[in-house]
Design a protein around this ligand. Structure first.
Ligand code: HPA
Length: 262
């Protein structure tokens, strides 16, 4: 790896955020799990950042086919220690509306088909998920929102479904009754894989719609327009957060494997 490619902060972005970075160079990274979507290394203000478009540029990979292991390992290989993800989500509670920003505190995993660990064979590890998202990046994101006058919801539980279809009304009622606040298709296993690699990971979710049954129109049409509308705010919050990350990591994530291996 050339030293010019080394970068310690990465953003995993959903659709519509591909051109987030300035002065970007594109690189192709290979991993034992396969190729990573073309990544860009560029600048957010003064900070050097890697950007990985989760669905590939042009949005050709659906949530259940994303190679989450390659993506996390690829970021790790270029030196990334801290990941800020963005995810589109549906709101399960009437407190949230399209356009709301959420930094989830916890998640529930309803995915079915995904490779969710780097510890499949050879060595066994059970990483602790008492703090499912990096507490340090979460608080930095919340403060960045405050500074630009943007309310960010910080107590939410994310339900991650398999997709690619949306939930049924009965599934939405189930998720609500279990205590989930937002629902998306891409947050898991990203967060857990990052923890297994001892990388910090937190997510800035934007609500693109009310979940099925909570609004009387179909969801798909509004997703792209909300992403576009939210882009300047998401960019501003990410820049604010990245600029104020402490130089060294002071969180549980960096030591996640210390007591995890049997
Ligand atoms: N459900 C699941 N995933 C989503 C939604 C939703 O309502 N909106 C955006 N991603």
């Amino acid at each position: 790896m050339k030293s010019s490619t080394k970068v310690s902060v990465g953003i995993i972005g959903g659709s519509g955020l591909e051109d987030l970075l300035d002065e970007a160079n594109h690189i192709q990274v290979g991993t034992p799990f396969g190729l990573v979507p073309s990544m860009s290394i560029g600048k957010l203000k003064t900070e050097k950042v890697a950007f990985l478009p989760r669905h590939k540029t042009g949005h050709t990979v659906p949530p259940h086919r994303i190679n989450y292991r390659a993506n996390i390992l690829g970021l790790h290989q270029v030196g990334v220690e801290r990941v800020l993800a963005t995810n589109a989500v549906g709101a399960l509670t009437q407190n949230l509306k399209p356009g709301s920003l959420v930094v989830p505190k916890d998640f529930m995993d309803f995915t079915k088909l995904r490779e969710g660990t780097f510890y499949d064979e050879g060595r066994v590890a059970h990483v602790d998920m008492s703090y499912p998202y990096c507490p340090e990046i979460r608080s930095v994101l919340m403060r960045a929102g405050e500074r630009v006058g943007q309310k960010i919801w910080g107590e939410a539980v994310l339900a991650c479904t398999e997709g690619p279809r949306y939930e049924t009304p009965a599934e939405v009622r189930m998720l609500q009754s279990l205590g989930c606040d937002i629902v998306g298709m891409t947050g898991v296993p990203e967060a857990a894989l990052a923890r297994e690699m001892q990388m910090c990971y937190a997510s800035l979710c934007y609500v693109s719609n009310m979940a099925v049954g909570l609004q009387n129109r179909q969801i798909t049409s509004e997703l792209a327009s909300i992403a576009n509308r939210m882009k300047p705010t998401i960019r501003e919050v990410l820049i604010g957060a990245i600029m104020s990350l402490p130089k060294t990591r002071n969180c549980v994530c960096a030591h996640a494997l210390e007591n995890a291996r049997l």
